[in-house]
Design a protein around this ligand. Structure first.
Ligand SMILES: [Zn+2]
Ligand SMILES: [Zn+2]
Length: 464
């Protein structure tokens, strides 16, 4: 970092991180000052087409469909096409994505060359271009500096962002580490020939040499397989930001779903991935579908990959706990709770006696309860309640006559109408706190010692 900051201004562009000298308010500043192109409408769309990617993304499926109509599918070719789909898909998921965009592990040179070649066979741009966009996606998720901003709709994040000229430049993201990598430079230099060899020649030649099906190889393992790899990996930007749960964080759109994992070679645990992008895994449980993770792990066993990064489990579980507490808090807030002791009137013994003449009031654990709607419902019989009107039934309630259930205690607290003067000390007598309130989800502001109105929850703490 220090050597980079001392770099002279005429240093080679590649060596200086592109985000080294950006202002502290880069995001808001750029969004405010950098003019975006006008939105795409029915009037202007044909002028805004990005012809290179538009052609690749429309002509490929057309050739594939027409070719399939006139080319019989042999089972050997079908199996090879599926196999080659996984190989070239892994070039993107294990190579472009987890190795180069996120540096989530180290790969030996042979593995790097293999992934660079397989990734070229997926025809999604060079490693450098792809990773630059993806790093911006992670850094500016859900903003206009995110090249595939999910807030612009499913179709836009899936394919629209490539069909049309981008409305803005993606936010700055440093790829100087990639610019130095000889494998990435080699792929960049030979990208066109690599596309032809890996995308079309190999999938044609292999079925031709092995079982004499060059045409089927071209159509199914070449062209149609490419369409599947395209839309499979595009789903990471669309489906993974749209379908599923947010078990680690719900600040942004990324989500976890097994269907997304199935169609993306394991990139479907995208909520986890956006929280812990440098983790070589997407799925953290052994039974979740993440072949990309398995592939990297197997490479490690063969000495081809090393330094597989794993985020500390303790921190991963904190994220999970936060989301679980959030859900519990919602449940807690939907329930009706007893009146807060601060809101109840303080009643003297004499006043309690006097009022108990007019309505059925019973004292238990310092609280005065109005049991008029419960006397007849009492499972032990109305007589046990009637006999306690105007009296302190604490001992009888807590085991003297019957050791009441937690449910009974919770229900009793709902009948509170006052506090006996001198009969209740908050936080001292646990009997005064119904079981359902001894462990509660409290917000940070509610736990603050400066917030005196919540002294009650202070004594409880976040999780008791
Ligand atoms: Zn994403
Ligand atoms: Zn990523």
């Amino acid at each position: 970092m220090s050597s980079a900051s001392k770099a002279p201004s005429n240093a080679k562009l590649d060596d200086t991180p592109s985000d080294l000298n950006i202002p502290d308010n880069y995001v808001t500043h750029t969004l405010k000052t950098q003019k975006a192109l006008p939105p795409i409408t029915w009037q202007n769309w044909y002028k805004e087409i990005n012809w290179l990617s538009f052609t690749i993304l429309t002509v490929t499926p057309l050739i594939g469909i027409v070719g399939a109509l006139f080319t019989p599918l042999r089972w050997e070719t079908f199996l090879f096409a599926v196999f080659y789909y996984y190989l070239t898909g892994l070039g993107i998921t294990a190579g472009y994505h987890r190795l180069w965009a996120h540096r989530s592990y180290n790969a030996s040179l042979p593995l790097q060359y293999l992934l660079a070649m397989l990734g070229a066979g997926a025809v999604e741009g060079s490693i450098k271009w792809w990773s630059r966009g993806h790093r911006a996606h992670h850094r500016y998720t859900d903003t206009d500096l995110d090249p595939y901003n999910a807030h612009k709709g499913f179709l836009y994040s899936h394919i629209g962002w490539m069909l049309f000229k981008p409305r803005r430049k993606p936010g700055v993201a440093d790829v100087s580490d990639l610019a130095k990598n000889p494998v990435i430079r080699w792929q960049h230099r030979n990208y066109l020939s690599l596309i032809l060899i890996m995308g079309f020649i190999i999938p044609t030649v292999v079925p031709w040499l092995l079982w004499g099906d060059a045409r089927g190889g071209y159509v199914y393992a070449g062209v149609l397989r490419l369409c599947f790899v395209h839309h499979s990996t595009f789903c990471v930007n669309s489906l993974a930001h749209w379908l599923g749960e947010t078990p680690f964080d719900d600040k942004h759109t990324p989500r976890d779903h097994v269907i997304t994992a199935l169609v993306t070679i394991g990139e479907g645990y995208h909520n986890f991935h956006h929280q812990f992008p440098m983790d070589y895994r997407n799925a953290i449980k052994w039974y979740q579908y993440d072949p990309t993770k398995w592939f990297i792990w197997v490479c490690q066993q063969f000495g081809l990959a090393s330094h597989l990064k794993v985020f500390p489990d303790n921190e991963v579980r904190k994220g999970q706990l936060t989301m679980q507490l959030k859900k519990l808090r919602e449940t807690q807030e939907k329930l009706t709770w007893p009146s807060d002791s601060n809101d109840l009137p303080i009643i003297s013994w004499d006043s309690f006696q006097e009022q108990a003449q007019k309505r059925p009031l019973i004292l238990i654990a310092g609280f005065i309860h109005d049991v008029s709607d419960f006397t007849d419902e009492h499972p032990g019989g109305a007589h046990l309640i009637v006999k306690m009107i105007g009296k302190d039934a604490t001992t009888a309630f807590f085991g003297g006559v019957y050791d009441h259930s937690n449910a009974a205690h919770n229900l009793l607290a709902m009948k509170r109408v006052g506090i006996l003067h001198g009969g209740f000390q908050p936080g001292v007598d646990e009997k005064a706190v119904p079981p359902s309130q001894r462990l509660r989800i409290a917000r940070y502001s509610e736990l603050s010692p400066y917030n005196s109105s919540t002294a009650y929850s202070d004594s409880e703490g976040l999780l008791g």
